[in-house]
Design a protein around this ligand. Structure first.
Ligand code: ADP
Ligand code: GN1
Ligand code: MG
Length: 371
């Protein structure tokens, strides 16, 4: 495993308008992509913390486009919250901290891009869902996020990762990883590769509906896993959607699909014993309820028709991504143990299989919610 990089967080924080005496910093969260720190300051006797985050520029090759998207999106949502007279608005949308030179990002001597946010207090991100109330609130928060962005004007947002959820393109990338066999692991995962290949047709369904004009392009989050939303400690409310690097044009169903993947699962995403993986129908019912409570008035009929399928699609997409990364030698997702991506892959497979088994009940749940 490569040694973890260390950064001079104290002097990096100095580049931002984070006033006060530096006290301490610590790594934050369990994301697979960026490096996130909380940094504490003493501001004339009051302890305040900020988020300082390194953008992974191997994944996001145009960090300045990412920052411009985030600036526009957070400004738009903050304006909406203000216009609606929403209480506690600065805990409901991320607030970027400017640098001393007025920009919203700092480029360090090694070429890393950094950004700062207000630290949202009194809330936490969950890695696992253990109540239907949590599933429902998280889904509502992502629905509200999409609703806010449905009124955003201006030019099209940048595609920060082109073809991010283009499942046909993803499938082709997976096939290339099999052909290239860069880490020499292909023979050891022959059965796993066959599982993916046998499900190739899954990749095209939403893309075909989009091409036929039945699914509209929207501004979507594209990374709606459960630990990308902060939940209020006291009320349990889905408070603030985070991890905005992938906010860009997309399909609403990609967001709903990743909610299904990460809330209905009975285990962690990287559970070692995939026989424990099940799809929990009460959680599915809760995410349908929560999401539709915010989104039913703007969704098209075909979007509602495909809610259950979207969970399968995104879980299948992640299966191919994790297996491709295993074949490539673990170069994309952070890994913390040998075969970590392979374990993640096996969990996705088990979830897709259970989703197939429970598919008609899932369709019934969506039907009942719309009745
Ligand atoms: P990654 O892309 O690596 O997943 P995230 O943007 O999701 O990075 O941030 C990682 C974690 O840091 C989050 O899950 C959350 O726990 C914490 N975090 C990020 N931004 C904030 C914030 N503004 N306030 C409080 N916690 C935050
Ligand atoms: C990554 O950054 P994080 O951990 O929220 C990934 C998502 C995957 C997810 C799988 C930019 O999300 O697409 O669904 O891991 N983000 C990127 O856990 O690739
Ligand atoms: Mg994250």
């Amino acid at each position: 495993m490569p040694a973890k990089r260390t950064y001079d967080i104290r002097s990096l924080a100095r580049q931002f308008a984070m006033p006060g005496d530096y006290m301490s910093h610590a790594p934050c969260g369990y994301g697979h992509i960026n490096d996130t720190y909380e940094v504490r300051f003493n501001q004339a006797g009051t302890a305040v913390r900020y988020i300082l985050q390194r953008i992974n520029h191997e994944v996001f090759t145009q960090p300045e486009d990412v920052m411009e998207n985030i600036r526009r999106v957070t400004t738009h949502i903050a304006d909406r919250l203000d216009a609606l007279g929403e209480p506690d608005a600065s805990r409901k949308v991320l607030t970027l901290i400017p640098c001393r030179d007025g920009r919203f990002w700092h480029r360090d001597a090694e070429g890393n891009h950094w950004r700062g946010y207000f630290y949202i207090e009194g809330a936490e991100a969950h890695n696992h869902v253990n109540s239907t109330a949590l599933a429902e609130e998280a889904a509502r928060a992502f629905g509200v996020f999409q609703r806010h962005l449905s009124t955003m004007g201006g030019k099209r947002l940048a595609d920060t990762i082109p073809d991010f959820h283009n499942t046909r393109a993803r499938f082709n990338v997976f096939r290339r990883a099999v052909e290239e066999n860069r880490a020499g692991r292909r023979d050891s995962v022959a059965r796993e590769i066959d599982w993916c290949l046998s499900r190739e047709a899954t990749a095209d369904l939403l893309l075909d509906l989009f091409a036929a004009g039945k699914l509209p392009e929207r501004i979507t989050h594209n990374d709606t896993k459960i630990n990308n939303v902060l939940m209020d400690h006291q009320s349990g409310e889905g408070l603030c959607v985070m991890d905005l690097d992938t906010v860009m044009p997309g399909l609403a169903l990609y967001d709903f699909g990743d909610l299904v993947r990460t809330t209905t699962i009975s285990t962690a995403e990287d559970e070692r014993d995939s026989t424990k993986v099940m799809l929990r129908l009460p959680m599915f019912e809760a995410v349908v309820r929560g999401y539709l409570s915010a989104a039913s008035d703007f969704l098209a009929a075909e979007e509602v028709n495909q809610l259950a399928f979207s969970g399968k699609l995104i879980t299948f997409e992640l299966a191919t991504r994790f297996l491709a990364d295993h074949l490539n030698g673990d170069t994309y997702f952070k890994t913390h143990r040998p075969n970590h991506n392979l374990d993640r892959f096996r969990v996705q497979v088990a979830l897709v299989d259970d989703l197939d088994r429970q598919y008609s009940q899932m369709q019934d749940i969506v039907g009942a919610a719309m009745a």
